[in-house]
Design a protein around this ligand. Structure first.
Ligand SMILES: [Zn+2]
Length: 419
């Protein structure tokens, strides 16, 4: 079985076919969760998997499971997958590689008439990015029992607050409000192949990253309350402009991110401004921010510093600043047995590999709570940019990661017969 290899050209073709759905002028893709573009990409995935003879099931969260039968079809499935939704100016690789690697893997097994003991399921998770509906990795979190289906269904649009549209509405509209319950069920193990979304593999000349775990991250909404006023009438020294307060906080978040070494990150990427009209001094700002670090203790120090800074700024500016945590993850440690298998497989296939941590959250983080889980990274070229239309990986990069995935899946699903 060591000789079995995926078809590099065919894998690249499927990637580029998906990239055309919602293609942007800048060479990327725009498929916000549960939009028409996302629906088209999902339909394409379902069509391909049905052509391969898989049974396609959609659950109440719109997660799609394409199942290739095992000899013992009652055995828990070996699962691989990721997502096809993107950020507004997304690249062609983020998420897509994890799903298309599954498509290619099934085709390769069919070509070689490989039968496995366990069923294999390729899963497409709903709303991974969290751009349109927050929080991110929503579909996999419901599957893993971390948030309720009702909570997920009721999420409203971040991109158009007040539109009244919810996740459930858009699942129904796009035909992905499935009948299958979205609840934890036995899964033998879960693999996710993803692009690195950073420059490390490219810089160190590795073809495959074995993701041993994650950074620790905490996500907050900082609410800054000032006072509304007339932008003409109010003298400068009597204003309490919430956006000025938020701006000071953004600079502090950035400084904290730069203070704790190369393994630190801190972001303030989204704000909501009230009343957000031209004639009124902003009365309230809700700023999303996060701190992340490879060491959990350092992440806690970063959080403490953020809270201290907010208290100090509030006092200095005469405003109220409240910081509320809305999400956290890590430190995640992926399954030791799965990691050993991935390292052995990469070594056996002759790829240059290294261990690496993920800074970003992924569906694998949800799955890690219910079954043995591990991730593989494929290099991100173009200086490692991601969530950017310039995001790039080579056909060889994608093939290397998918070949390791293929043989790791076969080891877990247990080959009983092949041509
Ligand atoms: Zn992703």
């Amino acid at each position: 079985m060591t000789e079995l290899r995926i078809d590099r050209e065919r894998l690249w073709d499927t990637m580029m076919t998906i990239a055309k759905i919602g293609a942007t002028a800048g060479g990327g893709s725009r498929r916000l969760a549960l939009t028409d573009e996302d629906r088209q990409a999902r339909d394409q995935f379902c069509a391909w998997m049905r052509e391969s003879g898989c049974a396609v099931t959609i659950d109440q969260m719109g997660n799609v499971f394409a199942r290739r039968r095992g000899r013992n079809d009652a055995a828990p499935p070996v699962m691989v997958g990721s997502h096809l939704d993107t950020v507004p100016t997304g690249g062609r690789f983020d998420g897509v590689i994890g799903v298309m690697a599954g498509v290619e893997l099934v085709r390769t097994l069919d070509d070689d008439r490989v039968r496995t003991e366990h069923p294999i399921e390729v899963v497409l998770w709903t709303n991974e990015e969290g751009s349109r509906f927050s929080p991110f990795t929503l579909g996999s979190m419901v599957f893993a029992g971390q948030v309720s289906l009702d909570f997920a269904h009721a999420r409203g649009e971040v991109t158009r607050p007040g539109s009244g549209l919810t996740v459930k509405d858009e699942l129904a509209r796009t035909g992905y409000l499935g009948a299958a319950p979205c609840a934890t069920r036995p899964v033998a193990c879960y693999f996710e192949l993803h692009n690195e979304q950073g420059p490390m593999l490219g810089e160190t000349g590795h073809e495959v990253g074995i993701v041993t775990g994650s950074f620790s991250a905490r996500y907050f909404v900082a609410t800054i309350r000032g006072d509304a006023g007339h932008v003409g009438g109010a003298p400068m020294d009597r204003r309490r402009d919430a956006l000025v307060g938020a701006s000071r906080l953004v600079l502090e978040v950035n400084r904290i991110g730069r203070t704790y070494g190369p393994d630190a990150r801190a972001n303030a990427p989204h704000l909501e401004l009230f009343p957000n009209v031209r004639g009124v001094i902003p009365a309230e700002v809700r700023l999303s921010c996060d701190v992340r670090h490879a060491e959990v203790a350092t992440m806690h120090r970063m959080e403490a510093e953020l809270r201290d800074v907010a208290t100090r700024l509030a006092k200095e500016l005469g405003m109220a600043i409240e910081i509320e945590q809305y999400y956290e993850f890590g430190p995640i440690r992926f399954d030791d047995g799965m990691l050993a298998l991935l390292r052995d497989t990469a070594r056996r296939l002759g790829y240059r590999w290294r261990d690496i941590l993920t800074v970003a959250g992924h569906d694998a983080v949800s799955m890690n709570s219910i079954c043995p889980t591990a991730m593989l990274f494929t290099p991100s070229r173009a200086d490692g940019v991601s969530h950017n239309e310039r995001e790039y990986s080579t056909p060889e990069d994608l093939a290397a990661g998918t070949n390791v995935l293929l043989h790791a899946v076969l080891a877990k699903a247990r080959v009983i017969e092949s041509r």
